[in-house]
Design a binder for this molecule. Sequence first.
Ligand code: 5AD
Ligand code: SF4
Length: 434
Amino acid sequence: MKFYIETYGCQMNVADSELVAGILVREGWGQARSMDEADVILFNTCTVRQHAEDRVLGRITSEARRKHAKPHLKIGILGCVAQRLGNSLLTDYPMIDLVVGTDQYLQLPRMLSMLDNWGARDSVETNPKQLYFDAHPLRQGRHSGFVTIMRGCDNYCSYCIVPHVRGHERSRITEDILMEVHHAGKGGFKDITLLGQNVNSYSYDGVGFPELLVRVNKVPTIRRVRFITSHPKDLSDVLIGAMAELDKVCEHIHLPMQAGDDTILQRMNRGYTSGHYLGLVEKLRAAAPGIAVTSDIMCGFPGETEEQFQRTFDLMEQIRFDYAYTFKYSPREGTAAADMSDQVPEEVRLERLNRLIDLQSRITTEVYREQIGTVKEVFVEQTSKKSDEELSGRSRDSKIVVFPGHAGRISDFVKVRITEASGWTLRGEALDNE
Ligand code: 5AD
Ligand code: SF4
């Protein structure tokens, strides 16, 4: 029997899908290369915005037609939508055969083998402290690897559904993380990203995040370390110092700003001001010259006036992120912001979003053009999507770099001189053309 997983949403979901694949393969399941080959199709879902949820439920509804040609085919829903909506999915979407929440993946093989009795999430034991310490992810494809260091979130930003679905923050045992990093490196995943909703608050038995980085930096099988996501309220000077000093820690930080207005930041329950945020960016740039700073920005939060929006816009213009993901606020049932009385009309949110997109794409174009003429060390991940004669990889400062070369160099580190910039991609030529 074979399974196929389609993954939506953030890197945490990508890592969870690798974990689920590891759990199933260990139990004797085979991996299907496509949906056509699969006996079970699993959708690992995202609910951070309503649109993400609607999109995946639409996709599940349309893929259900496969059951006509293959009556034994089963469809499962994993991840944050499964966690949020639970068993109601089984009645509202009759094509769904099983619902598995984010803390229940160890039960998945049993649920599949006893589907008629175990399909429902709520009938299965769940462990809100789940850390999957005895399961091993099956990393695939790209040669950059994710290693989860913590699960859940305790921050309760007022717009965010994540703490409601993924539960309380808990950190993995330091030794387990180090072993997993070592193992991933041995498997060729030499560029590692440590994952958590707020990695800066990692804490296990007296080991905080800066100390974890010091230890990961010593793992001999890997060459690069990065981490997502950092929370500005927990980004300490010690961490900035560690980033500057540790040779494997890459010159990139993803630091969601969300908004540039202090009243909005406070109503978002973010725990910092715009001045504090700007100060952090300045410190990071002083400590690690050339560091890429990227961000998440939201517009149309309840009560956001045009002037408050303008402060977000102005701060983005002042900071000049290398790139930023921009979102319009989406009310999520059960969060504090969804109950705020002054919701911003959809057309205003959309119009503001468009202005943010235009601004950031202009800045990204400029920042990327400034890279022309520089030399970057590229970790080669795959042949480029457009041509087998071209390779694609990532620089330490988290930029996609494409250059002519052959597949034999995949998973090598190659020095590339940048000659062109287009969109979010740089192009160049290898300096050591052997
Ligand atoms: N509406 C819009 N964007 C959101 N995000 C989180 N919750 C919401 C929401 N309700 C954004 C934040 C976060 C990113 C992962 O998604 O910017 O950093
Ligand atoms: Fe959501 Fe805030 Fe936690 Fe990030 S830190 S997952 S935005 S609650």
